[in-house]
Design a protein around this ligand. Structure first.
Ligand code: SF4
Ligand code: SF4
Length: 258
């Protein structure tokens, strides 16, 4: 008798779709994934949808509207395991810059009729609203890590996504440190590994796309950045980008201005 395959759902909230595209970008691995699971809901990839419950839900995007805030509870109810993918879903994303300002002012600048816009004052991570079984970081996420998460789910084990800093990946690649050698500001020492130290491998500093590593010493890194001549307003912006609302980065940015 054929065994029933686990049902996969891929859900979108406030996001740019880049993390869902990482799944489509898996190419060879995608065929294996498609063979191992029943893709029951994934509007980015297929029009067909199957209602009911899901064994694994991958959730992209943040909670930014009243509709999102209600819908995520429905997704949680229908999901056995819920994994959030990307900086939007794990930290509120770039749209969480509104959390430091008045969202009505932003809406008035962007939209001709802001009165038609139903939005929340903040953009927040999925885990601030419902129980999340695993968070996969990155903007966008790494497709290799995504395949690891799905494989781990199928094998009934915890995914292996090391929580150490980007510096560890950078050193393992044998890169020359851009901060030490060239005085280029780099967020690598405080940033979660996962991208393979992409920017330092091309002689640029890390921008912190993967959010805070497990125990980041952000004040120490700020001291180093100050020594390189980074001023207070730049420091505030450096810590306030894709993962602005991740607590460790938010606290550090707030030390340098409102
Ligand atoms: S985390 Fe980045 S790539 Fe992923 S959906 Fe959000 S903005 Fe797009
Ligand atoms: S270049 Fe950046 S990520 Fe690489 S070792 Fe230096 S500080 Fe760390």
């Amino acid at each position: 008798m054929a065994t029933k395959k686990p049902r996969l759902g891929v859900w979108k909230f406030a996001s740019c779709d880049g993390c869902q595209l990482s799944l489509l970008d898996c190419e060879d691995e995608l065929l294996a994934v498609a063979g191992a699971v029943d893709i029951a809901y994934f509007p980015e990839a297929t029009r067909s949808t199957v209602s009911g419950r899901y064994d694994l839900s991958l959730v992209e995007g943040s909670i930014a509207t009243p509709h999102d805030a209600a819908r995520i509870h429905e997704v949680r109810r229908r999901s056995r395991t819920l994994v959030t993918i990307g900086a939007c879903a794990t930290a509120g994303g770039i749209q969480a810059l509104r959390n430091f300002a008045d969202v009505r002012e932003y809406a008035a600048i962007v939209y001709a009729r802001p009165d038609y816009i139903a939005t929340l004052a903040t953009s927040t991570a999925i885990a601030e609203h419902v129980r999340v079984d695993f968070e996969l970081r990155g903007c966008p996420i790494s497709k290799h890590q995504l395949v690891e998460v799905i494989s781990a789910f199928l094998a009934g084990r915890r995914p292996v996504t090391p929580p150490h800093s980007t510096c560890v990946e950078c050193k393992l690649k044998g890169n020359v440190c851009v901060m030490v050698a060239h005085g280029t500001p780099c967020l690598g020492p405080a940033t979660h590994a996962g991208c393979g130290a992409l920017c330092p491998s091309y002689n640029r500093g890390c921008y912190g796309c993967y959010g805070p590593m497990e125990s980041p010493n952000t004040p120490a890194l700020t001291k180093q950045l100050e020594a390189l001549g980074v001023d207070q307003s730049t420091l505030r912006r450096v810590w306030r980008s894709f993962n602005a609302n991740a607590p460790a980065f938010r606290r550090e940015s707030e030390r340098h201005g409102p």
